[in-house]
Design a protein around this ligand. Structure first.
Ligand code: MN
Ligand code: MN
Length: 307
């Protein structure tokens, strides 16, 4: 939509005022919301994330100078709306997300999913595994999300990557966490995490090695196979993303995160999500604007890699 004719705060309520999926014939990229937060362990509210990110995304402009790309002009991007899931039955919700994401992606569209809590990454990874084979997960988060159970529950926002590893969805030689920090339950958490297939660039490593050092390690680890990028917005410092369910101090700046994503140029990115945006704790749309720009940077990478 032309912002010189319709101001950016007017127009359709889709992501970046893009067309709806039913208005285009062959989408290259679909933005889809998953308003689900029944898997959270602390503050609830991420079910309202998709609408909040879409609301903040009206600020986005057509040309991304940082990547020299027109993310919406060089490929067909559309908004597929939300996947409606059961808030009372996590197992059913996971099955619904797996089925819906496969239907959306099976004709070749790359999915950029707006969460929702981190539970939703598991069913999407099941779809990615079916369509692309074992997946290298690039996971941005303060937290490992490879814990086993909470209160006996296997499917929560703190467990998706352990389940994914156990289910054989992951390429265990090429998975990478970015931005990990904060207290754990025990030192064994880190040993388990290694065994499950992950290496770690800590938030503090950015202080020592800079963005370039973090990007070099990330690219060396990911390799040439299919990469799925999962971004928990709490990878950002609470100063940059207060509106989230499990905040941890000492996180990345939004500049560090955006520049790290630009470092994905040329890698085989097959899909991505931005999760854990909880608008009830957001102030002045800080978190929503950050999440919208993170999605924009990812869509820009997909456009650049299409060339
Ligand atoms: Mn987290
Ligand atoms: Mn997470």
């Amino acid at each position: 939509m032309d912002a010189t004719r319709v101001p950016r705060y007017a127009g359709p309520a889709t992501f970046a005022r893009l067309p709806r999926a039913d208005e285009v014939s062959r989408p290259d990229v679909l933005v889809v919301g998953v308003p689900f937060d029944s898997g959270v362990s602390y503050r609830p509210g991420a079910r309202f994330g998709p609408g909040h990110i879409r609301g903040a995304s009206t600020l986005l402009r057509p040309y991304n100078p940082a990547q020299d790309v027109h993310p919406f002009g060089e490929q067909q991007v559309a908004d597929a709306g939300d996947i409606a899931v059961n808030p009372f039955d996590i197992t059913e919700a996971i099955a619904t997300i797996a089925g819906a994401s496969e239907r959306l992606a099976e004709d070749g569209a790359a999915l950029v999913t707006l969460g929702g809590d981190h539970t939703i990454a598991l069913p999407i990874l099941r779809t990615m595994r079916r369509l692309h084979g074992p997946i290298a997960v690039l996971h941005f988060d303060a937290h490992l999300d490879t814990w086993d159970t909470y209160f006996g529950a296997p499917y929560t926002h703190g467990t998706p990557f352990r389940r994914a590893s156990e289910e054989g969805l992951l390429d265990l030689e090429h998975c990478q966490h970015m931005g990990i920090r904060g207290p754990l339950y025990a030192a064994e958490d880190l040993e388990d995490d290694r065994t499950l297939g992950f290496q770690i660039v800590r938030a503090d490593d950015y202080e020592v090695d800079g963005i370039r050092g973090a990007v070099d390690r990330m690219r060396a680890r990911l390799g040439d196979g299919p990469v799925y990028v999962s971004i928990d917005i709490d990878v950002l410092d609470p100063a940059h993303a207060p509106g989230t369910g499990t905040p941890e101090p000492g996180g990345l700046t939004s500049r560090e995160l955006l520049n790290t994503l630009r470092g994905l140029r040329g890698l085989n990115v097959v899909g991505a999500d931005v999760v854990e945006v909880a608008p009830a704790y957001d102030h002045a749309e800080i978190t929503g604007v950050a999440a919208a720009h993170v999605a924009y940077e990812l869509i820009s990478i997909l456009a650049a890699n299409r060339r």
